[in-house]
Structure formats: structure tokens, C-alpha cells
Design a binder for this molecule. Structure first.
Ligand SMILES: Nc1ncnc2c1ncn2[C@@H]1O[C@H](COP(=O)(O)OP(=O)(O)O)[C@@H](O)[C@H]1O
Ligand SMILES: [Mg+2]
Length: 342
């Protein structure tokens, strides 16, 4: 069910080609995330001046906000080669050792979903990051022996949607840690403007703005909606995108004026009607809408938190007044809400 969501911020099969063509390569094309860009460009300049590799860098934040893109931008700006892998792709520590020992001086190793790295691989990474050495045990039982090898200085860029799931020793080995934020509507409009140009789509500003406000402040969703609205306008109209055709298209796709879809609304309704607005635990709430709790935590909640529709308290999730208002439900009889953590 999850992948069918038009506003799912995770990559879908249909996205892959267009994502590559739309992906900014340089800092100047990478919209928003101003503070991260400023800090990173200084770090990059300094590293280049000293002919050193950049500090190990951790990028975290909800899916679709530009972590993978930023890793590629960094490699472009550093003029470094980038090797790409991911936590789940590294099955055995030996796989990681093979990658690490093949790195050339100054290369970047990008590990996506780094929180899913297995424990043994993670331990291999510790000494690789800290002292550019890898040590691991080969064979088993009586034949077991440990191997210790030097590797070239490199930069690890890790990306994760779950900062809290990284172990402290791994977190501590990153020289810099950046949290990507949701984008403003204006920034999303700028991204859409650029994408429309690349995809040769005719769209007026109001049309792009309308797509932007329903894109959950997330570039990946914005680009996906742009393509869907284009399809709609090619079939139903003259192929040009304006506010009117955008509204029609997105209403048909059941994305509301804040970018919420049926699943978000179902989530909020469940919280409000079945649990009297909370507090209710994540597992219980996820089960009430037959969703996996990971999906709820990674995909549904971040944007609702950003909108201020829900809060995470030490006793569970609660719906805020804004959520009641959006749902058109009266909050009057609701008991007062306790200890906000966020
Ligand atoms: N800052 C940005 N400026 C322009 N486009 C962006 C930006 N961040 C992301 N994108 C677009 O959104 C898509 C998804 O970004 P990606 O880096 O894959 O997200 P993540 O790795 O965080 O899930 C990219 O292909 C790119 O086209
Ligand atoms: Mg990514």
C-alpha cells in the first residue's frame, strides 16, 4: 500500500530516472538548507586548501529532503570520486572490507541507511574512520585469524532517517553532523521552477506555487507531483500547468490543500476519534490504521509534527488543536494535554 501513495517521500520505481536528471550536482543548484551549505562550503574549502579529505559527515532527516543529493554535491565540490552503498547492501563485514580497501586517497564512501549496518560491519568502520585501518576476523573456529590492514584516507558520508538508531560510538566518529530540514514553500517553488525547465514543462508561477504548497515541504514529492500534474494537463487540457489544472489534478489524486492524503487523515482521525486525541503509544496507533510503526514514524509523523498537528509526549502521541481544526472536529470536550516533549 505504502508505495502507491503519491505523497510517499520515499523513492518509487517511477522516480528513479527522473530523479537522476533532476538531481542538482553543484551547491549553486542545491536549493535551501542555507546553514548546512554555508558550513559545508567552508569545511570543503579548508579541506581542499590543506589537501586533506573532508571530515566524516553524517546527514540525517526524513526521506526525500536531499541527503543523497547532498552527498553527491559534496563529492562534486571536493572533486572526489564517490562510491555508493547502503547499510542493508553490506551483508557481511567482508563486503565492507572489500570496499574500504579499494578506496583511493580522498575518495568519498557514501553509506545510505547507515543505521541498518550490521554490528560487525559497524565495528570494522570504527577503526577505518578513526585511523584508516581495517581489522577483522576471517575464517571461523580453529582457522580463525585476524587481519589488520591500512587503507587510504577517505571521507565517509553516512545518511539516515533514524538518527536515534545509530549507536553512540558510530555517531561520535563523525566530525560533522547535519540535520536536513523541511523546505519553505518558496524553496520548493524554486526547485519546481528548475525541474520544470529541465523537463521542458510549461508552467506559470501560480501553478508551481499550488504544487509547492501540497508537496509536504519535500523536494522528492514536489518533483513527483509536478510530473503527475503534467500528465493530467496533457490529457485533460493543453499540457500547460496553471493553478486551476493543478488543483483539479491534485484533488483527483486526493492530496489535500496541505499535502495530506487519505492515510494521513486516517491517522489523525484515528488519534482523535479512537483515542480521544491521545496520548497513545506509537504501536497502538499504527496498529489502529493497519500501518507498520516504522512507516508511521518515518513517513507519516515527521510532516504532521512539522505542521504542528501532533506532538510526541512522554506518554505517547497527541493531536493538537490545529489537527482538530483541519479535520473540522470540535475540541471542546477534550481534557487538557500533558507534558510536551517537542
Ligand atoms: N536542495 C535541493 N534542491 C533541489 N532539488 C533537490 C534538493 N534536495 C532534493 N532534491 C530533489 O529531490 C530528490 C530526492 O532527494 P534525495 O537526495 O534523493 O533525498 P533523500 O536522500 O534525503 O531521500 C532529488 O532527486 C532531487 O531532484
Ligand atoms: Mg537517499
Amino acid at each position: 500500500m505504502e508505495n502507491k501513495r503519491i505523497i510517499n517521500p520515499e523513492t518509487s520505481v517511477q522516480d528513479i530516472n527522473s530523479e537522476i536528471s533532476l538531481r542538482p550536482r553543484k551547491f549553486t543548484d542545491y536549493v535551501g538548507q542555507k546553514r548546512i551549505k554555508e558550513t559545508l562550503s567552508i569545511a570543503i574549502k579548508a579541506a581542499k586548501q590543506r589537501s586533506e579529505s573532508l571530515d566524516h559527515t553524517l546527514l540525517y532527516g526524513p526521506p526525500g529532503l536531499g541527503k543523497t543529493t547532498l552527498a553527491h554535491v559534496i563529492s562534486h565540490e571536493m572533486k572526489s570520486l564517490i562510491k555508493v552503498t547502503s547499510g542493508p547492501a553490506i551483508e557481511k563485514a567482508g563486503d565492507l572490507v572489500a570496499i574500504l580497501t579499494r578506496l583511493q586517497k580522498g575518495d568519498i564512501l557514501f553509506i545510505d541507511e547507515i543505521h541498518r549496518l550490521n554490528k560487525i560491519s559497524e565495528e570494522v568502520l570504527y577503526s577505518a574512520m578513526e585511523e584508516y585501518r581495517v581489522s577483522w576476523v576471517i575464517e571461523e573456529g580453529l582457522k580463525a585469524r585476524s587481519v589488520n590492514l591500512g587503507i587510504q584516507p577517505f571521507t565517509l558520508i553516512g545518511a539516515t532517517t533514524k538518527f536515534g538508531m545509530l549507536s553512540a560510538p558510530l555517531r561520535d566518529r563523525f566530525g560533522s553532523v547535519y540535520r536536513l530540514d523541511f523546505y519553505s514553500d518558496t524553496e520548493i517553488s524554486d526547485i519546481l521552477f528548475r525541474s520544470a525547465k529541465i523537463l521542458k514543462i510549461t508552467a506559470d508561477n501560480k501553478g508551481l506555487k499550488e504544487i509547492a504548497i501540497r508537496s509536504r515541504k519535500t523536494p522528492r514529492i514536489a518533483n513527483r507531483l509536478l510530473r503527475r500534474v503534467r500528465d493530467f494537463s496533457e490529457v485533460q487540457s493543453n499540457g500547460k500547468i496553471n493553478a486551476e489544472i493543478t488543483k483539479k489534478a491534485l484533488d483527483q489524486l486526493e492530496v489535500d490543500n496541505l499535502g495530506l492524503d487519505k492515510i494521513d487523515v486516517e491517522f489523525l482521525l484515528s488519534l482523535v476519534t479512537k483515542f480521544n486525541g491521545g496520548p497513545v503509544g506509537l504501536q497502538t496507533l499504527a496498529a489502529s490504521i493497519s500501518e507498520d510503526s516504522n512507516t508511521v514514524e518515518d513517513v507519516i509523523e515527521p510532516f504532521l509534527l512539522n505542521l504542528g498537528f501532533i506532538s510526541r509526549t512522554n506518554r505517547g502521541r497527541i493531536a493538537t488543536q490545529l489537527a482538530y481544526k483541519h479535520l473540522g472536529i470540535n475540541i471542546e470536550d477534550k481534557p487538557t494535554q500533558g507534558n510536551l516533549l517537542n
